[in-house]
Design a protein around this ligand. Structure first.
Ligand SMILES: Cc1cc2nc3c(=O)[nH]c(=O)nc-3n(C[C@H](O)[C@H](O)[C@H](O)COP(=O)(O)OP(=O)(O)OC[C@H]3O[C@@H](n4cnc5c(N)ncnc54)[C@H](O)[C@@H]3O)c2cc1C
Length: 399
């Protein structure tokens, strides 16, 4: 919606294709607050945040085709052809001059992390459980264990407690939590839910329904089988990471970045398919929706500029330096302001984020605390990279 509003404001007709029967995406099931602190300087719930954008979409008469699933995008006769299907219209082929990919991400499942054990009912991804509780009105179980300390799992620990369920534990393989600190405090500490760091779930048991799990501590990288213990439960929720929804991109031949699992993009957030842009969780998994909205506006503005014939005169490469997992985007326009997002590989207090142009530090910022779960950002002004040559490289490092 943020990208569509930006295109509309610049005079380009837009159509939103959405497979659900409402706009708003994952926000619609996030009925907790904590959204919009940056975007609106207010604390909103997910649906309230989405509603602000939806009201603007309505006011501006931007078309949205709901219950419409995009199956494929192709380059055909100099245009982009979008193949989609809806119960009311059947199969459709829509032509466009540009496309913005904003399909979000999907949750990693039990199969992705290969937890041994039987295959009883009662194992859900945390986001699915969230949808069942908040939208469909079902409680998936009563005695819950959450595997993984990602934000969705933490939010669900609190949600299930509020619903009268007992959340016995959150089990995390890493030595530090994967979710935001504020969620550890508000969703676990406030409800006295224990968080087991450096622990692995080594078995899920139960015949028809989950009856319990086995948890094994990890010490110095080794599983301590003699210290393994069991927790009885009837429900296991998995919060073990998100992966950009990239089937359509991959089928279209768009290059995918291994570090993010989303498309490779240049300084305009344009993928390797000219005229196809990407933003939000389909590009890289964000922590806060406020950053998704900012990035989406940029994708919309860039798509409008591209449609009006703008092309950057030159771009230089942005790459990861020490302790940085990825930098987004992977190209910098030295003539314009560049907004960069990145993720740390380390947990550290009093860290320094550095921008190095061909090895020389051209910008730096002190950060009180960094951890992989919290996205980092910086704005790079043209003056910082004024000395860049044709083969220059900008490296982002954390020291
Ligand atoms: C459980 C949870 C809790 C969160 N808590 C917070 C929080 O407290 N504060 C905060 O700021 N952020 C939070 N976030 C993060 C934030 O909500 C998301 O990062 C953001 O909403 C993602 O926006 P998006 O538009 O990229 O993707 P999505 O919201 O996932 O939207 C993608 C849309 O694309 C549609 N789609 C996908 N494929 C197709 C297709 N083939 N055809 C048609 N339509 C398609 C989907 O139906 C969906 O509507 C949370 C996220 C989750 C999951």
């Amino acid at each position: 919606m943020a990208a569509a509003l930006e295109l509309d404001a610049r005079g380009h007709p837009v159509l939103i294709l959405e497979r659900e029967d409402t706009l708003g995406g994952i926000l619609m099931q996030c009925i907790h607050n904590g959204f919009g602190l940056i975007e609106f300087n207010e604390e909103l719930t997910g649906p309230e945040f989405a509603q602000r954008f939806e009201e603007d979409i309505r006011k501006r008469n931007i078309q949205a085709s709901l219950r419409t699933t995009v199956l494929d995008i192709r380059e055909e006769g100099g245009l982009k052809a979008i193949y989609c299907v809806s119960p009311s219209q059947g199969m459709m082929r829509i032509e466009a001059r540009a496309i913005i990919l904003a399909m979000g991400c999907r949750e990693r499942s039990r199969g992705n992390i290969r937890i041994p054990g039987t295959r009883p009912a009662g194992v859900y991804t945390a986001g699915l459980a969230q949808r069942l509780v908040n939208i469909e009105g079902y409680i998936p179980g009563r005695d819950v264990v959450i595997i993984g300390s990602g934000d969705i799992g933490l939010i669900m620990a609190r949600r299930m407690s509020w619903s009268g369920c007992k959340v016995h534990a959150v089990i995390e393989i890493l030595p530090y939590p994967s979710g935001l600190t504020r969620n550890i405090v508000q969703c676990l500490n406030d409800f006295s839910i224990p968080l087991y760091l450096s622990h692995l779930v080594t078995d899920i048991y139960g015949r028809d329904r989950v009856e319990g799990i086995e948890v094994t501590p990890i010490e110095s990288g080794a599983l301590m089988h003699e210290k393994a213990f069991k927790i009885a439960c009837d429900t296991v929720l998995l919060s073990v990471g998100l992966v950009p929804e990239n089937e359509i991109s991959r089928n279209a031949g768009i290059e995918i970045q291994p570090a993010t699992n989303g498309p490779w993009v240049d300084s305009m957030l344009m993928t390797t398919m000219p005229g196809v842009f990407a933003c939000g969780n389909v590009l890289h998994v964000h922590d806060l929706v406020d950053y998704v909205a900012e990035e989406a506006r940029r994708a919309g503005a860039n798509a409008a500029a591209w449609l009006s014939g703008y092309r950057p005169a030159r771009e230089i490469r942005a790459k990861t330096g020490p302790n940085i997992r990825y930098v987004m985007p992977m190209r910098i326009n030295p003539e314009r302001e560049n907004r960069l997002y990145m993720r740390s590989l380390i947990v550290k207090n009093d860290a320094q984020l550095e921008v190095r142009l061909d090895g020389a530090v051209v910008k730096s910022r002190r950060l009180a605390h960094v951890q992989p779960s919290e996205m980092l950002s910086l704005t790079l002004e043209p003056k910082a990279v004024a000395a860049a040559g044709r083969d220059s490289t900008v490296e982002i490092a954390l020291v």
